[in-house]
Design a protein around this ligand. Sequence first.
Ligand code: NAD
Length: 363
Amino acid sequence: MRIGCPREIKNREYRVGLTPESAGELVANGHDVWVESGAGEGIGAFDIHYTDRGAKVVETAEEIFANCEMIVKVKEPQAGERAMLREGQLLYTYLHLAPDPEQTADLVKSGCTAIAYETVTGSHGGLPLLKPMSQVAGRMSIQAGATALEKANGGRGVLLGGVPGVMPGKVVIIGGGVVGFNAAQMAAGLGADTVIMDLNPEVLEKVGTHFEARASTRFASRANIEEAVAEADLVVGAVLVPGAAAPRLVTRAMLKTMKPGAVLVDVAIDQGGCFETSHATTHDEPTYVVDDIVHYCVANMPGAVSRTSTYALNNVTLPHALRIANLGWKEAMRADPHLAEGLNVHAGKVTYPAVASELGYEL
Ligand code: NAD
C-alpha cells in the first residue's frame, strides 16, 4: 500500500502523523511511504531522517492526497485537505466529528473511509489512542502549574517540592483518571503535598493503593472540594463525564476563599472546563487572572511537547496502521473489533452511531 503523511496545517500543531521510525516500519513491511517535506520539523525530524528510513519525501500535500491510498495524520483534516480526499481513500487520524458538522459533511461527500483515533477501543476498555495524550496533559499540568506559581508569572512564589526546612506546596487534583493519575505521579515525585479527589470509590482505592503514603485520597463531595481548594497552592481539574460537558466543581465564590496567587490548571477545558471561571487559552497566552487566582486553561496541552506527544501517539497508532496496510482495512477490522470501532465514515455514510445520532445522519 502507498501511505502518505502530510505536514499538519492546523494552527500551532507541531505533531506529525508518522515519526521517521514509524515510516521505516511501514517500509520494512513492504509499503511505500510518502512524507511531505518539512512534515516532521515540529518534532525535530527532518526530511533526511525519513529518506534514511526508506520513505520518499515529496514537496506538496497535493502529491500525497493524489497518490496515496492511506493518509496518516494527527489532527482532523482542514477544509483544504478535505477537498483533496478521494473516494475509497483511507484517512487515519483524530477526527472528533460529533461537534463538527462541516467536517462530517465534507468527509461524507468525499466518499473516503475515515478511521478516528479517538473511537478505537481497547481490549482492557477505555480509549487507548486517546490515553497517551491524557498522560501527557496530566504530567504537563504539574509542570505548567509549577511555572505559573512563580512570582514573576503571577503566582504566589511557591516551589512545589519545598526545600529542607520549608514546607512543600499543596496540590489538589480533582479527578483520578488518566490525567489525574499522571498529574499525581509528577506532583508526588516532586515532593509536593498531594491530594487526589474523585467520586468513584474504585478510582480512590486504585490511586490510594498505588501512591500509599506519597499522596492522599479524598471523596470529591462539594464540602471536601471547598475545603481542599481553600488550602491549595495548585488545583488541577482532571474530571471527565463521558459524553457530557465537564461539571463546574470550583465556583467563583470558592476563589475568594483561596490563597492569592494560587493556581488553577483546568485540563478538562476541552470539555468546557471544571472551574466556573475557566475559559480556553492558547500556548501563546496560557494564563489569566481572576480574583487573584492564576488560571491555566490550554485546550491542546500535548501540542507544546510535540516530540514526546508524537512518539507517544505513534506507539499506539502504528500497530493498527501496520495491520491496515498489511491486511487491508476490512480484513484488519474483521480481525480486530476494537479497530472496527474506529470507523466513522465510509462510502458517503456516517458509520459511527453516536456521530450519526448527534448530527442527524442515517446509519
Ligand atoms: P478519565 O475518564 O480517565 O478520568 C476522569 C475521572 O474523573 C474519572 O476517574 C471520574 O471518576 C472522575 N470524575 C467524574 N466526575 C467527577 C466529579 N464530579 N468529581 C470528581 N471526579 C469526577 O479521563 P482523562 O483521560 O483523565 O481526561 C480528563 C479530562 O482531560 C477530559 O476532559 C479530557 O478530554 C481532558 N484532556 C485535556 C487535554 C488538554 O490538552 N487540555 C489533553 C488530554 C485530556
